[in-house]
Design a protein around this ligand. Structure first.
Ligand code: NAI
Ligand code: MG
Length: 360
């Protein structure tokens, strides 16, 4: 019997990206060895802000075509103090997810075993917070249309145009309803701001209503994004699957992660649901300049990301085992300072590897 093997392109990037991706690869290799049912082969791509400062670009000619030969992309973060954030983000992360048509950005959040959430509304019962946020990932407010004229003059003009296409909204909305249907509670909350944003988000509302007709088993409602922040904080138990635009979901998902304990625990999948292109998996957080080199970056977001990647590759059982082991470690109290612990990245990684050996 030949084992399935997966080729993974790893792009650690900047800041704490290399620290958490290296921890993630250690754990994935351990899991593959202990389970013995699949192989993983990692190839590293040095695309980062240092690389940019040397070569003038983040992605070399033909780089995107190269990536298409892999089964998945394991990404850290991009952003350095001496490169403007809009240059780094647009030249690497967005330069991957947009052409690879990773239109569904999936962000599960829940309170992992042993973690005390910061607010009493969730602390009453960790199961109050068990969500998956579906973020539109290729258009909307991050479509890249806009410009500046009369730069530096008192009459300078800058535009930032949000683009919503029926095609783009509908495919994402279908993905969101399908996600909700697969979850136990089968509930979807469609987030908009269609009172103030009266074109694109009215289209968003209309498309939601049309697509909903194909999912009579999914109970859905609508929320304006400002009111949504209140509901997430005060009535977390009323939410399950959430769908929102590129910008809105970007903000809501950082809020969701911290409500569950820390931005350091949350994963992200950038999916091309058609599977024409490899999908990309990354922790939700950025390069966290303030933590670089301290050895205290929380690797749990990357471990959970690794589990999501295995699930997408079809290794459901391995993904489930990995989640059990991650939560055994959080429950034991081996945690980084963002979760109130004293452990370093390496200790958490070591504890997880031991747990994998013990349990799997
Ligand atoms: P950030 O997510 O890097 O950091 C925000 C706060 O969360 C910081 O206090 C940081 O210490 C903390 N934090 C983040 N990850 C953590 C972890 N694993 N463990 C413990 N604490 C953690 O966001 P920020 O500061 O807004 O952005 C820093 C840089 O990262 C910027 O250049 C930004 O453009 C970039 N960025 C890149 C992303 C990506 O590549 N996907 C996503 C978000 C930001
Ligand atoms: Mg973000």
């Amino acid at each position: 019997r030949t084992q399935p093997g997966y080729r993974i392109a790893s792009i650690p990037g900047d800041g704490i990206g290399p620290e958490v991706i290296s921890a993630g690869i250690t754990v994935l290799k351990k899991l593959a060895t202990v389970l013995g049912s699949f192989n993983l082969q990692f190839n590293h791509f040095a695309w980062s802000s240092d690389y940019y400062k040397k070569h003038g670009h983040y992605i070399p000619d033909g780089g995107l075509e190269d990536l298409k030969k892999y089964d998945a992309i394991f990404f850290g973060a991009v952003g350095a103090p001496d490169v403007p954030d809009h240059i780094s983000l647009w030249s690497l992360r967005l330069a991957l997810v947009q052409p690879l048509q990773h239109y569904a950005n999936v962000r599960p959040t829940r309170v992992l075993r042993g973690i005390t959430p910061p607010l009493t509304s969730t602390a009453a019962s960790p199961s109050n917070l068990d969500w998956v946020i579906i973020r539109e990932n290729t258009e909307g407010e991050y479509a890249g249309q806009g410009g500046r004229t009369h730069i530096g003059k008192p009459w300078e003009v800058a535009t930032e145009v949000a683009i919503f296409t029926r095609h783009g909204v509908e495919r994402l909305m279908r993905f969101a309803f399908e996600t909700a249907r697969k979850r136990r509670r089968k509930k979807l909350c469609v987030v908009t701001k269609s009172n103030a944003q009266r074109s694109g988000l009215v289209l968003w509302d209309e498309v939601a209503k049309l697509v909903a007709q194909d999912f009579p088993d999914v109970e859905w409602d609508k929320m304006l994004v400002d009111a949504m922040t209140t509901r997430m904080v005060l009535h977390p138990e009323t939410l399950d699957t959430i769908v929102a635009t590129n910008l809105h979901a970007d903000i809501l998902s950082d809020l969701a992660a911290s409500l569950a304990g820390s931005i350091g625990i949350a994963p992200t999948s950038n999916l091309d649901p058609t599977r024409a292109n490899p999908s990309m998996f990354e922790p939700i957080h950025g390069s966290a300049f303030d933590l670089v080199g301290k050895g205290t970056a929380n690797p749990v977001g990357t471990f959970w990301t690794a589990a999501e990647m295995l699930r997408w590759l079809g290794e459901e059982k391995a993904a489930d085992w990995l989640m059990v082991c991650i939560e055994n470690v959080t429950e034991k109290g081996v945690r980084t300072p963002d979760l109130g612990g004293v452990a370093e990245t390496e200790e958490v990684t070591g504890a997880l590897c031991e747990e994998i050996e013990r349990v799997c």
